[in-house]
Design a protein around this ligand. Structure first.
Ligand SMILES: [Zn+2]
Length: 176
């Protein structure tokens, strides 16, 4: 779709430069993603920013112009109105699990457990774990540094006491 450059940039920025359905970033995919209508124009959707989704080509291909035709048809999860953790649960294996019927339908329709997506999620989870371990390591280093400082102070105090003891012994020896 043809969009004013400014609006397109707003949509990209609003989505944090990632596909709002699957989370793939422009950096992951090596280029800009696409702007699509959540409710397709063919089904009466308009160009209002609330109806515009920033998405990757794959998600758009799987979504196509899906829109429920009747009450029995499931609605797709709308990333504009609800956060993903209401409908999906991400576990350590990088796989998304559905929490609701809407989540289940969206997962299937958009193939949100595509192998490259699982790989991307695992990479991100590992990066988070690395950052957490690094933070823990840094705080342990800080503690070790404090302990060494305290040890140094104690040694200095001990040296002062030994010096005093030595002076006292010398005095006593001189008196005798
Ligand atoms: Zn996507």
């Amino acid at each position: 779709m043809i969009l004013e450059h400014k609006i397109r940039d707003q949509i990209r920025n609003r989505a944090d430069y990632m596909c709002e359905f699957c989370g793939v970033s422009e950096t992951d995919s090596g280029g800009e993603l696409t702007v699509d209508h959540f409710k397709p124009r063919s089904k009466g959707g308009d160009d209002h920013p609330d109806n515009l989704i920033y998405g990757c080509i794959r998600c758009n291909q799987f979504k196509l112009d899906y829109w429920p035709e009747n009450d029995r048809d499931q609605m797709l999860w709308n990333p504009r109105s609800e956060s993903s953790d209401r409908h999906f649960l991400l576990l350590d294996d990088g796989i998304l699990y559905p929490l609701t019927a809407m989540g289940s339908f969206t997962l299937k329709r958009l193939r949100l457990n595509r192998p490259p997506l699982i790989a991307t999620r695992l990479r991100r989870l590992r990066a988070i774990e690395h950052r957490r371990l690094l933070k823990q390591y840094q705080s342990l280093l800080g503690l070790l540094e404090q302990t060494l400082l305290r040890q140094k102070e104690l040694i200095q105090e001990q040296q002062k006491l030994l010096k005093k003891q030595h002076e006292l012994l010398k005095l006593l020896a001189d008196e005798q």
